[in-house]
Design a protein around this ligand. Sequence first.
Ligand SMILES: [Mg+2]
Length: 382
Amino acid sequence: MELRLLPFPLTKAVPLAISRGTTAAVEHLLVEVEQDGLTGIGETGGFDTGHREFTTAAIAAELQALAPRLRDLAPQPLQALEPLLASLSPPARCGLDLALHDWWGKRLGVPLHRLWGLDPQLGVPTSVTLGLGSVEAVLARLQRWWTQLPATRIKLKLGSPEGLDHDRALVEAVAEALDRQQQIGGPAAELQVDANGGWDLEGARAMVGWLADHQVALVEQPLPPIEDPEADSAAFAALELDCPIALVADESCWTLADVVRLAPYVDGVNIKLLKSGGLAEALLMAQAARRLGLEVMLGCYSDSALLNGAAAQLLPLVRWPDLDSHLNLVDDPFAGPTLEADRLHPGVSPGLGVALTTELAGNATARADRSGGEGPWPLPGA
Ligand SMILES: [Mg+2]
């Protein structure tokens, strides 16, 4: 198979601030594999969880180095490619895993959710995200979401650098706004919070009971992730008994092994394809989490409708979808998952159910510029 990489920009309509910083725009990679006249597409890009960081340039270099070895291999059987995929970082593996799954689904002529036997009508509303900021800015962001979709599930970012008092002020203001909306005839909305590892144990213990009193449904990653798995599990264990609301691991949970490790101490896990290394691991994680009595959240970074469309193939297994990043882009070149009110459904075309809707012409220029430089960008097949 031929492997091709193409960088493309993604620009947020509203920049997103979380406890670790603010993102307004990113560069992601389109990963294509071509064999027998069929092209499978995948997406990857850099991200940072506080304890692990990947750059898009380093991911591109990894995939580029792999291209000559792929030339003598076919996309099927996927199993034969497993050792090669295992040698990659999670986001590099994700890009290739998605392209291979897309090729496989296209070859068979069916969307992945159908191959997996999932019912695409089982989807529930996706949350939309309110980043950190002043109370006024956060309420304005909520209003903006309401002009776009019903937004009955709100994820509020906490772990503010201004401290717990500011976090509490944000929760109170958003909870009041949700109440007001319901009083004037709007739908009831569920409030979730995500500290992105921005609290210490003492702060987290103080916050979780207070959040329960404010009808917050769940708290995601209250404590920073720790590289040592035992210490990371111990941190969740130390909080779990005092936590009256659902406790969800995100930055601490990357693989099936993490799901199993964290299962005694959490109520749910946030699966993201860039962390898991793509759909093969994510499907295992979602199925195992459910068997272990955990709820599944399915999340995203600054991803386009390609990554979120791939994730959407798993939506029938998910209690808390959180795939809103592509709904906040001004230049998304892809379309796939469909939105019905605030409920996402997987695309029904074969493979990932995603299509490129605009030429990546501007990005082809970026590719040409870079191919003459010292960077990792003289791309195979380009
Ligand atoms: Mg999170």
